[in-house]
Write a protein that binds this ligand. Structure first.
Ligand code: HEM
Length: 435
């Protein structure tokens, strides 16, 4: 007979506002309070089971028992994710769409992104030499907007750079429950999708011909399992999905710059980059610093797990940040130690900064390799191609805000390029497995 073990519950009626107020703290602190890796609460008026840890992640990413349809809240789809995109698909439709995304991320295209992003960074860095100070967050958002659109094969006129950068920045900053950030994010997405739809129409009409290996070409010409082209709206969402998340990488590049500053030994080791140090450093930045707090799914068919009953259509939330910090899997999780990744045995369920499980059959982030490659090459650029001072500023970050970053947005002064060329960096960094 199957035992039905009760799951500890939070007090009160609904905890959506608590989640918005406490941000990254909500799930870990509630687990601590209830002394349990799994608890029941109510979010957006619905019963929800929240959980963390390797075993929980393994269960969450089993797509025979979980589905994404109806799991993500509407405001998230109106801003960060878009409606009708790969994130919310299940079954064959998901597999087919995911194959399209993964087909964009070949080793050659990863190298291309690295080179384009480094070129944009180096061009921008030339202008920093004449500035009193540089706010790195703003600069990186523009650099990665330029790089992402170029890589995706989407034409960007100089006069539009500011507008496109602001749109992508607002979309990425839109989650976390602030009404004003939601409004900015929604407006930004509406404008950006309108712009993309015009470009896709031109591609389909043969009026604009991007190279056949670019996202612009591949997404515009992608056919659904029913043999039809993606509808225009979905095509705009998916094309945006191929480069918008690069601006999420901005947050981790800022945190990496923070770590290089606050742990000076890492700066020295990054400069030498022995035993793949830059890779381990990027991995530890993704583990230690927050970006994606959690993911939601719904139960596809009822099942038992660890004697707990999961009923069909129940909402389940996996704490990604808390899983990366889980004491069962990470020694001294609250210490920043890139060396922990030396000979790391890599579990796709204990290390879930960009989702867990398998990239190909599950929902794990399609851009994980790309994220790590851009992070590594930028960290190496900072230590080997630049000199800069980090003046006094408020470098603290608030875990109640989602997403979060240092309050000052990382200010640099006296920036100088120490090399005239990025050729060493272009040759140096190769694609590497990330889990
Ligand atoms: C800081 C950088 C990034 C973070 C934190 C991040 C995080 C995530 C997370 C949490 C998911 C959802 C996993 C799930 O549904 O369980 C995801 C999915 C996805 N990401 Fe990323 N991502 C990043 C960068 C990128 C980049 C650069 C790209 C593309 C170039 C990308 C493309 C995608 C796609 C297409 C999916 C949908 C996968 C699916 O549903 O099967 N991401 N990402």
């Amino acid at each position: 007979m199957q035992v039905n073990k009760p799951i500890p519950k939070t007090d009160g009626i609904d905890h959506t506002l608590t989640l918005i107020k406490q941000g990254f703290h909500f799930l870990p602190q509630t687990r601590k309070k209830l002394s349990s890796d799994i608890f029941e609460t109510r979010l957006m008026g619905k019963k929800a089971i929240c959980m963390a840890g390797k075993e929980a992640a393994e269960m969450f990413y089993d797509n025979t028992i979980f589905k994404r349809k109806g799991a993500a809240p509407l405001p998230l789809k109106q801003t960060l994710l878009g409606q009708g995109g790969v994130h919310g698909l299940d079954g064959e439709q998901h597999k087919q769409r995911k194959r399209m995304h993964l087909s964009l991320i070949t080793p050659e295209r990863l190298e291309a992104m690295k080179n384009i992003a480094l070129q944009e960074l180096d061009a921008k860095a030339k202008t920093w030499e004449n500035k009193k100070q540089v706010i790195l967050f703003d600069e990186l958002n523009e650099i990665l907007t330029r790089a992402g659109l170029k890589w995706a094969g989407i034409p960007l006129e100089e006069k539009d750079v500011k507008e496109r950068t602001e749109e992508l920045t607002h979309m990425v900053d839109s989650f976390g429950g602030s009404v004003s950030r939601y409004r900015n994010g929604k407006r930004a997405r509406d404008n950006h999708e309108k712009w993309l739809k015009d470009i896709i129409k031109k591609i389909r009409a043969g009026k604009y011909r991007p190279p056949a290996y670019t996202p612009a070409y591949i997404v515009s010409n992608h056919h659904e399992p029913n043999g039809k082209l993606l509808d225009l709206q979905t095509a705009a969402v998916e094309l945006n999905n191929t480069y918008r998340p690069l601006l999420a990488t901005t947050y981790w590049i800022i945190f990496g710059a923070l770590a290089l500053h606050q742990y000076p030994d890492t700066y020295v080791k990054m400069k030498k980059d022995e035993n793949d140090y830059s890779h381990m450093f990027a991995q530890e930045v993704r583990r230690f610093y927050p970006f994606a707090p959690a993911m939601a799914a719904k139960v596809k068919k009822s099942f038992y797990w660890q004697d707990h009953h999961f009923k069909k259509d129940l909402l389940v939330v996996l704490d990604l940040y808390g899983t990366n910090m889980h004491e069962d899997d990470w020694e001294s999780p609250n210490e920043f130690k890139p060396e922990r990744f030396t000979n790391w045995k890599g579990s796709p369920f204990s290390f879930v900064p960009q989702g867990g499980g398998d990239h190909h059959i599950g929902h794990r982030c399609a851009g994980e390799w790309l994220t790590v490659m851009v992070m590594r090459s930028f960290f190496k650029y900072f230590v080997s191609n630049l000199s800069y001072d980090v003046p006094d500023q408020d470098l603290s970050f608030n875990l109640n805000r989602m997403p979060t970053l240092p309050n000052s947005h990382f200010i640099m002064k006296n920036v100088k390029r120490t090399k005239d060329s990025i050729e060493d960096l272009k040759l140096d960094i190769q694609t590497r497995p990330v889990i």
